[in-house]
Design a protein around this ligand. Structure first.
Ligand code: 13P
Length: 252
């Protein structure tokens, strides 16, 4: 089993900062390939080609974009297509992050279209799902995220589904206003996701306030096969430490 450990930079980093982070990662991985771990990084669009150039074409680190449109080209002002993302060196297309659902109108239908577009171009779809605190408090977490996932993955055949990575990121646990989820809170949602998707998708990741203190415990939850990280990985030492934690977990 491969553990996916990646970071989205969200709307952070200048090109110089992106270059420094990626150069540091490339140099570290020159002498150390974390065994059993698939690293990935998802910068802002502006840094995609810079990070690709720094990492090189054959890097063990997969490169992604945080969003991409489902059409290949056309009159979609402000959008970037999967084809363009691939042309810039991306291998992963994220969709459905709760910040995009909340602020930019991402829906189950648009995530379905974006997952399909990524697959059409041979990229890995990284589908984010997650419930609000209201849904969680009403006891509806598992049903809610299963519905989000099923809607986005509707119509995929077995081979296509096997390319998809799912990241469960409860909204209440994300970002500086979130609070870290406890292992106990995540057991039931991951049991539900595991029953539906374990061995059928490429990865079932957890995201939301992952830090150096909770990463090992989170990786220990049944059906979790990776971590999708924001703040803790934005400074390279944090990301490298998460890779080490995952490598130790993979070897255990
Ligand atoms: P944080 O790790 O900063 O909570 O962000 C998680 C996230 O949203 C990754 O997509």
């Amino acid at each position: 089993m491969t553990l996916w450990v990646g970071t989205s930079w969200k709307m952070t980093k200048t090109l110089a900062e992106a270059r420094t982070w990626a150069t540091g990662l490339r140099d570290h991985l020159d002498g150390w390939a974390p065994e059993g771990v698939q690293p990935f990084v998802i910068p802002s669009f502006t840094a995609t080609t810079t990070v690709r150039e720094v990492l090189g074409e054959d890097s063990p680190v997969l490169l992604g974009v945080q969003n991409a449109h489902w059409e290949d080209a056309g009159a979609w002002t402000g959008e970037v297509s999967v084809a363009q993302a691939a042309d810039a060196g991306a291998q992963i297309v994220e969709s459905g992050h709760s910040e995009r659902r909340e602020h930019f109108g991402e829906t189950v239908e648009t995530t379905r279209l974006k997952v399909a577009a990524a697959l059409r171009h041979g990229l890995t779809p990284l589908l984010c799902i997650g419930e609000s605190l209201e849904v969680k408090d009403a006891g509806g977490s598992a049903d809610f995220i299963l519905e989000q996932a099923a809607g986005a993955l509707e119509g995929l055949d077995v081979e296509q589904l096997a390319q998809v990575v799912i990241a469960y990121e409860p909204i209440w646990a994300i970002g500086e206003h979130g609070r870290p989820a406890t292992v106990a809170e995540l057991v039931e949602p991951f049991a539900a996701l595991g029953e539906a998707y374990t061995e059928r998708v490429a990865g079932l990741l957890y995201g939301g306030s992952v830090n150096l203190d909770n990463a090992a415990d989170l990786l220990g939850i049944d059906h979790v096969t990776g971590l999708f990280v924001g703040r803790t990985a934005w400074e390279l030492p944090g990301y490298l430490e998460l890779l080490r934690i995952a490598e130790a977990h993979a070897a255990a």
